[in-house]
Design a protein around this ligand. Structure first.
Ligand code: ADP
Length: 454
């Protein structure tokens, strides 16, 4: 069921409850009123007959029966019965219908008057005082006119109720349609926006209603999607560009090598160069894979308590294996217990983060020396990687965490600009952050803050 119909149905149900309750009250009131009126008529008929019979001497039982038979105000299927103070029947007129006289007389003694219903018929029984002697009068009849009127009224109310319900449903649907039409237009506009056309925006109109708010939210979402889409496109083209450079170099070297036969020394030199390029491609490939892994939501990754000092020693060994000239010092301070160095995270990603920072420090510094310092005394673990390298210009410091960004003074050092982007992503994924402090010509410090395990 669409929202439009659902709103109309809910609206109609609510209205039908209110209308139904109102009609029920009116019906019950009308039914009470009819009954009261008919009881009054029964009383009047009985009182008249008792008056004539008991208080006018000229009127006897036969004359009264005749009068009653010809009376113009006689009730349909009427019975009038009068009993004396000994409960003996002194008068009866009307149709031959059985009535529980004895029961009614017994009841009237205690209650003064009794009204009762027997199927279609209604009866009224009351005491009539004549010269200090109590007589009992019973009048019974069928309220054809009153019940017919009540039935007619009920039919009119039912018809009004049904017609009202249908009208309310149709009006409700129309109102819902009008209220929802801006949203339908919004849906159509959104349908026309494809993945390749994220520059389009939906029209928020000139109001500040819910439709405008929704359109603004969609436009903000499209803005973000467009940004992410462009970033992804750039990323793919940058990655393939970075990949192509060493592959082209390898292919060129092999082509040159095959032009003529070479000495063993020349083959060895060329193969070493190819090996270096292949390692480069491999390193880039690994970082891209790691980056893809780091893009996964942290909630979907396998996080566990990890000791940073253990990762630091493993990362140090990894970096030292890369180049014999590299030197890595480790300083661990302000540590009172294991908890001071434990974070909740993914060991592979965290180790890769430390390796990247340490390799950079060794790679870019002329002395190839890095110092890793860990401070564990606060609510977070602080990891610093310092070097005595060329430093990073202030303007470039803001950009070094972007994908594929490389500073101008790399001094011909090989690299692809992926490592620091990966470091930033991993730090953020672990609820932490990374920043750089650097002075040109003096060196750089990369500082990572990670929350300690709870
Ligand atoms: P890569 O080292 O592969 O180029 P990174 O993302 O690790 O990629 O680093 C991005 C850039 O930041 C590097 O190209 C380099 O210019 C600069 N950089 C990173 N670390 C240092 C450092 N310790 N000292 C000086 N420059 C650095």
């Amino acid at each position: 069921m669409n929202i439009r119909t659902r709103l109309a149905v809910q609206f109609s149900l609510l209205a039908s409850c209110i209308l139904g309750a109102a009609f029920l009250v009116v019906y019950l009131r009308a039914a009470d009123f009819r009954q009261e009126q008919f009881r009054d008529r029964l009383y009047e008929r009985g009182k008249n007959a008792a008056n004539l019979l008991l208080q006018i001497d000229e009127v006897d039982e036969r004359l009264l029966r005749k009068m009653e038979l010809n009376s113009s105000v006689r009730l349909p299927e009427e019975v009038i019965a009068i009993f004396d103070n000994n409960d003996s029947l002194v008068f009866r007129s009307g149709v031959d219908r059985k009535l529980p006289f004895a029961e009614m007389i017994r009841d009237v003694r205690g209650q003064g008057s009794v009204f009762r219903k027997d199927g279609e018929h209604e009866s009224y029984c009351f005491n009539f005082q004549d010269r200090d002697l109590p007589n009992t009068v019973i009048t019974s009849g069928f309220d054809r006119y009153g019940k017919g009127k009540l039935n007619d009224q009920t039919k009119v109310m039912l018809a009004t109720f049904l017609i009202g319900l249908v009208t309310i449903f149709l009006i409700g649907r129309e109102f819902a349609k009008r209220a929802l039409s801006p949203f339908q237009r919004l849906v159509q506009e959104l349908h026309s926006i494809g993945a390749s056309d994220l520059s389009k925006r939906v029209d928020p109109g000139n109001g500040s209603d819910e439709k405008a708010q929704l359109a603004d939210s969609f436009n903000a979402l499209l803005e973000r999607l467009q940004g992410a889409f462009i970033a992804q496109k750039n990323f793919v083209s940058n990655a393939s560009h970075e990949m192509r450079n060493p592959l082209t170099a390898i292919s060129g070297q092999i082509d040159v090598l095959l032009l003529r036969s070479r000495s063993e020394k020349e083959y060895e030199t060329a193969l070493r160069s190819v090996q270096e390029d292949l390692r480069d491609v491999n390193r880039l490939n690994n970082r891209l894979l790691m980056l893809a892994q780091a893009e996964i939501e942290s909630g979907m990754m396998n996080f566990e308590p990890v000791r940073l000092d253990e990762l630091i020693w493993t990362a140090r060994d990894e970096v030292l294996r890369m180049n014999d000239a590299y030197v890595v010092d480790v300083k661990i301070t302000d540590v009172e217990s294991d908890v001071d160095l434990t974070v909740h995270g993914n060991a592979i990603l965290l180790r890769s983060m430390i390796t990247n920072l340490t390799e950079n420090a060794c790679k870019y510094s002329p002395d190839h020396q890095a110092t890793i310092t860990v401070l564990g005394g606060h609510e977070e673990v602080v990891l610093r990687v310092d070097d005595n390298g060329p430093g990073i210009a202030h303007a470039e410091q803001k950009r070094i965490f972007e994908h594929f960004f490389r500073t101008r003074n790399t001094g011909g050092t090989r690299g692809h600009g992926i490592g620091l982007a990966l470091v930033k992503r991993i730090a953020e994924q672990h609820g932490g952050m990374v920043k750089v402090e650097s002075v040109l010509g003096k060196g750089s410090s990369f500082i990572v803050r990670l929350p300690k395990v709870a």
